[in-house]
Unconditional design. Structure first.
Length: 387
């Protein structure tokens, strides 16, 4: 899980420093209908080992590194980016003033952005709602994620659009797969009271300000999946892949205020790579690996769920890769990974194991025409997937 986000509101003494020798700050504060306040945001430090804090069946904790064999080298970083979350440094801030009525509908918004971790603004006395999310920063300046600030001002939605990559899933409504979103973090708190008596504030002598800590938590609302298809006994039969892959049945959008994923199911398009000679215990295997971000399972608040049994998911999840055999013929392999996605509802490692010895080399493109038996690492059983 993420670290608690400390938002510090500090009333600045506009008439000079406020003494702590038993006197009250009320007289100077009562001279104003509003006060200038500062807000300090700590850095966000996301560790996958901490965030993927699943407890599997029978009290077994989840350690993703023990089942991740693909690895992550400089070439992977260049293709996919860092394996985990990176710390954002620029934030978008939305402040909503609801007057003397807490939890009231929003009638206006104050829009700001923060470069770094320090924010300062004017606050009327009364109740405020505060929404924060990280500004999207990409190396080429191009982003897939779109932020839609609802006209009612009561919610902000993030989504992506369809790519040029065709999809066999979620049709006929969506005939193409969607771009994956960039990493997105958000925090929202309502009914923050700022009153003239400074209830809930403490004095910071070093900074000469009155400070209040809000119990906000900045959490990811896009979820990382690490995918791997482990090819046993390949011996060069599958020689390459086309570099693309799909994961179906994921949410098209998410709401920043609540962290709830949208109800529309789409297919997410992502990149993949074939890495040869990887070590899996005492065996050398070839692995098709990838990393993608999604908005998660439709209709759930992944950060509010503590066990996979709480997940309510109406969609199947299929993962496909197009592989080329050593005779130059390609074939698309489709795997049902529904159980793994539901168990890893806020991201994790998705594994498929394929014994290439059991696969006849295709003689025409488009499909392999066989059933593959894939090991389910969770319970030791097997599942048959039509290709």
């Amino acid at each position: 899980m993420s670290k608690t986000m400390r938002l510090l509101f500090g009333f600045i003494g506009l008439l000079g420093p406020i003494s702590l020798m038993g006197c009250t700050p009320e007289p100077p504060l009562h001279l104003y209908d509003a006060q200038e306040a500062t807000m300090d945001l700590p850095m966000v430090d996301m560790d996958l080992e901490v965030y993927w804090d699943y407890e599997m069946d029978f009290g077994v904790e989840y350690h993703w590194e023990t089942e991740w064999y693909y690895g992550w080298d400089a070439n992977d970083i260049e293709m996919f980016g860092e394996i985990g979350y990176t710390t954002p440094s620029v934030f978008q801030v939305r402040r909503y003033y609801t007057g003397e009525t807490p939890l009231a509908p929003h009638t206006g918004v104050i829009v700001d952005s923060i470069h770094g971790t320090h924010y300062q603004g004017m606050y009327d006395f009364g109740y405020w709602d505060l929404l924060l999310w990280n500004d999207i920063q990409t190396s080429d300046g191009v982003q897939s994620l779109i932020i839609d600030e609802d006209a009612t001002l009561d919610s902000v939605t993030a989504y992506t659009n369809q790519s040029m990559h065709s999809s066999r899933y979620n049709a006929p409504r969506y005939t193409h797969a969607f771009y994956e979103p960039e990493p997105l973090f958000a925090a929202y708190e309502q009914a923050i009271e700022i009153n003239r008596s400074l209830d809930g504030f403490v004095y910071d002598e070093d900074r000469n300000i009155w400070v209040r800590t809000l119990k906000m938590v900045l959490k990811p609302i896009t979820y990382i999946y690490l995918t791997q298809v482990i090819l046993h006994h390949n011996n060069g039969r599958i020689s390459s892949i086309d570099g693309t892959a799909d994961l179906s049945g994921m949410a098209r959008s998410t709401t920043l205020n609540s962290g709830r994923a949208g109800n529309d199911a789409i297919t997410v398009y992502f990149n993949a790579n074939l890495k040869k000679g990887c070590k899996k215990q005492d065996e050398l295997v070839d692995i098709i690996g990838g990393r993608l971000l999604t908005f998660g399972i439709c209709g759930i608040k992944a950060n509010s769920i503590s066990r996979a049994s709480e997940v309510r998911d109406a969609h199947r999840h299929y993962m496909d890769f197009t592989m080329q055999f050593n005779n130059g013929i390609d074939s698309t392999f489709v795997f049902d990974v529904t159980d793994q996605i539901r168990n890893k509802y806020k991201g994790g490692v998705i594994t498929v194991e394929l014994d290439v010895d059991t696969i006849p080399i295709p003689t025409r493109s488009g499909g392999s025409g066989f059933d593959a038996v894939v090991q389910d690492y969770e319970d030791g059983g097997t599942h048959e997937f039509e290709m």
